[in-house]
Design a protein around this ligand. Structure first.
Ligand SMILES: *[C@@H]1O[C@H](CO)[C@@H](O)[C@H](O)[C@H]1NC(C)=O
Ligand SMILES: *[C@@H]1O[C@H](CO)[C@@H](O)[C@H](O)[C@H]1NC(C)=O
Length: 203
């Protein structure tokens, strides 16, 4: 008798955790992208067996009681938002040419063929859009060594590779760390506008 009860329990736990479960899993809750770059928001979703997905879309917060709008029908997004997922379990999307105006919380929503078969992944993904800035000493004298730091309001990860420019020409000087450039014993001819860039989006 005891054996039988245990078996039933295990079956129920299995059923709850793997089926009959509405969920949207965002791989990150917060993402940071550089202005004008593309950001890929990875996501997957689950729903009970027997449902067939009719509509999938991304929307942005705040979430209200009304049916949320499909961003791919919003002229601000339609040209830039690309759904890379499917109608089974992958809800990945890409937003390109991001601007400050894209700083919102984004949610994935899907609708199935069954009555009441609607679900929005409530936790969402917050997007921050940032710019790179060069930090340099205020005053530089000829012969000084100058340390330039490329900064952004997001954490600069080790994955990002920085490229330095002076008056649009790439600089090849030595680096202390990835985002720091060291100009040794500068000369008057070195004066110019320095900037930095990175290819990877940050997270
Ligand atoms: C944005 O990126 C595109 C290429 O993806 C480039 O052609 C364009 O000049 C960039 N715009 C700005 C303002 O940097
Ligand atoms: C979901 O789709 C994206 C884009 O096609 C892909 O890069 C990603 O690996 C997929 N995720 C899974 C878990 O299959």
């Amino acid at each position: 008798m005891a054996h039988r009860l245990l078996l039933i329990c295990l079956l129920m736990i299995y059923k709850v955790s793997s089926k009959d479960y509405w969920n949207v899993n965002y791989s990150l809750s917060h993402m940071c992208a550089l202005k004008n770059s593309s950001v890929i928001i990875n996501c997957n979703y689950t729903y009970p067996d027997g449902h067939q997905i009719m509509k999938v879309f991304w929307t942005k917060g705040p979430v209200r009681d009304v049916e949320p709008p499909d961003l791919s029908e919003d002229p601000e997004y339609s040209q830039r938002l690309q759904y890379l997922g499917d109608k089974q379990k992958n809800c990945t999307m890409r937003l390109s040419h991001v601007t400050k105006k894209d700083e919102h919380k984004y949610y994935f929503r899907f609708i199935t063929d069954k009555p009441g078969g609607k679900y929005t992944g409530r936790s969402g993904v917050t997007l921050t859009v940032t710019d790179l800035q060069v930090e340099s000493p205020e005053r530089v004298t000829e012969g000084d060594s100058v340390r330039l730091t490329c900064k952004s309001s997001c954490a600069l990860t080790d994955r990002a590779t920085f490229i330095w420019y002076r008056n649009s020409q790439p600089l090849t000087e030595r680096r202390d760390r990835n985002n720091i450039l060291l100009l040794q014993s500068v000369r008057r001819e070195d004066a110019g506008r320095c900037s930095c860039a990175t290819h990877l989006h940050l997270s």
